[in-house]
Design a protein around this ligand. Sequence first.
Ligand SMILES: O=P(O)(O)OC[C@@H](O)[C@@H](O)c1c[nH]c2ccccc12
Length: 263
Amino acid sequence: MTTLQQAIEQTTVTGNKAFIPYIMAGDGGLETLKPTILQLQQMEVTAIEVGIPFTDPVADGPTIEQAGERALAAGVTLRKVFETLASFKEEIHVPLVVMTYFNPVLAYGLEAFAEACVAGGVKGLIVPDVPLEESTILRETLNPHGIDLVQLVSLTSPPERIARIAAASQGFVYAVTVNGITGARTKFAHDLKEHFAHLLEVSHIPVLAGFGISTPEQVVSMGALGDGVIVGSAIVTALHEGNLTKVEALVSASKGDLEKSTL
Ligand SMILES: O=P(O)(O)OC[C@@H](O)[C@@H](O)c1c[nH]c2ccccc12
């Protein structure tokens, strides 16, 4: 079992749901990366998804797009993110999952990228613009270094494709809960229950819900569909505003503590 999967199962075995916050690396300056990761680790999140700022973030809504623009304006690059992670690797005990588009990985060089992940304590990778059919080379490069390639399942994937994606995914299956881009939502599709029941049946690894989850109540309701949640835009906004109470409220909700979350 991989480090990432193990961290998730250590959480779910206690009856809690996994909680993976997404952060935009270097939003607020590269010097914020270390304290942000250590703060989230202190809150006992299950893993942390570290987004790399990119000029053409096709899967991202305005909140994350703007965070990426702020990070790029602050001079953040993939190389600098890796250097920063490596500089405090010994203090990182929570698994990190890097989220980036494929172009920066290619430009870095696949093997060099995998080595930089290892040096920075990265345990998993999400690359939304690499479809399953083209993901083999990435997996074959990452796996010998102990790094998982997490696959995304969309709501519109036919059952046969869902089964293939679930079989190929590593660490967990990222079940996208909306059609479209990242960002807070007030409504979700009605047939999510069925979709998740099917996913849980075909997947041999944990299934986490992500996209649009932005309130403690949604953390509870969407977490109940599977093994946990990924929260991006709401975390990015809270961190940008320096609202750690909001971050804590979202994390607490995954541990069944909704009361604390209404503080
Ligand atoms: O922001 P949201 O709606 O909470 O969604 C999670 C998401 O931000 C994070 O996992 C992510 C950010 N950018 C992505 C691109 C593709 C897939 C996933 C992501």
